[in-house]
Design a protein around this ligand. Structure first.
Ligand SMILES: CC(C)(COP(=O)(O)OP(=O)(O)OC[C@H]1O[C@@H](n2cnc3c(N)ncnc32)[C@H](O)[C@@H]1OP(=O)(O)O)[C@@H](O)C(=O)NCCC(=O)NCCS
Length: 275
């Protein structure tokens, strides 16, 4: 009998899954410490379905975790990790093969994943089971930018921003930037508008603030509105360290570069597998 099997993640408690996820990402490119609240937020925001997610069992021990998010015909591998002692022995490949068959059986047509470009094992694994690259995703950072704007931002409901993103955003935006995900952001995150430009930021009371969405309506693109919006944001919340996580399409990078942000070294591949 094979020592490998899969169990539905909903047979485990949230603390068990959080602890397993932390162990499965040991030695990762960024420190991963999953608390119950972080896991619950991820499940809610990203649409993770625990009945389709799997705990990877090896010799009857939980040895890895695959979180599967689902929307219509598409699913996303929201997290995939194998505990360090069980890595590099074919477990990841075996689990991915099972997960792909399960997605086909559910009637889905596409599976998505984002993987850190520098993560050799991860990129190899996904390419081996048939994923192809859609585009590179990049991130940025800027400490304490100069104040160069007197424009007034209007605060809007995050739900209104989500509607605009769904309507005006790229159809194949990475999962975390898509309208349905944005709609699940809640205070203390905040959304702002300046004319036809929109953005979403994490709690601006903190020193480190993340820009989670930037959008300019289709009719107003090419006029530098995103830079005007971001300078107004920097002026409204001075003395911050601004972050853009590496989930933005590389072709959007220019909007962060033109306000002086510096590209982060970690980048990701947005990948897709047609089922
Ligand atoms: C990525 C990960 C899930 C792969 O699982 P695994 O059980 O180690 O995968 P496999 O043993 O099936 O190996 C898959 C491929 O990666 C290669 N590989 C595994 N570890 C490697 C390493 N450290 N360096 C280079 N290649 C490696 C294997 O050789 C294999 O390729 P091959 O078939 O061409 O030889 C696992 O390494 C892991 O959990 N890493 C930490 C979390 C993570 O990075 N998750 C992915 C985030 S999207």
């Amino acid at each position: 009998m094979s020592p490998l099997s899969l169990k539905p993640a909903n047979e485990f408690t949230i603390p068990q899954l959080a602890e397993l996820m932390t162990r499965s990402f040991e030695g990762y490119f960024v420190p991963v410490n999953i608390t119950d609240v972080i896991l619950l937020t991820m499940l809610r925001r990203d649409g993770v379905d625990l009945t389709a997610s799997r705990v990877i069992m090896k010799d009857d021990e939980p040895s890895g975790l695959a979180l599967i998010a689902r929307r219509g015909w598409t699913s996303r591998l929201a997290a995939m990790g194998i505990v360090s002692t069980a890595r590099n022995g074919g477990t990841g490949t075996w689990a991915m093969q099972q997960l792909i068959v399960e997605a086909q059986v559910r009637g889905e047509k596409e599976m998505l994943v984002e993987v850190i470009e520098q993560n050799t094992a991860g990129v190899k694994l996904y390419e081996k089971v048939g994923f192809t690259k859609i585009r590179r995703l990049v991130g940025y950072k800027l400490e304490n930018p100069p104040i160069e704007s007197e424009e007034e931002l209007e605060e809007i409901d995050i739900r209104d921003l989500a509607r605009q993103v769904t309507h005006h955003g790229l159809k194949d935006l990475p999962w975390q930037l898509s309208g349905p995900t944005i709609a699940h952001h809640t205070p203390p995150s905040r959304a702002f508008r300046l004319n036809d430009a929109y953005c979403l930021i994490s709690n601006p009371e903190a020193l480190d603030v993340s820009i989670s969405s930037v959008l300019v309506k289709a009719r107003s693109r090419g006029a530098g509105l995103s830079a005007v919006l971001m300078r107004a944001l920097f002026a409204r919340f001075p003395n911050k360290v601004w972050h853009v996580s590496p989930i933005f399409p590389e072709e959007m990078g220019i909007i962060f570069e033109q306000v002086g942000m510096t590209r982060e070294t970690l980048s990701q591949w947005q990948m897709s597998l047609k089922l």
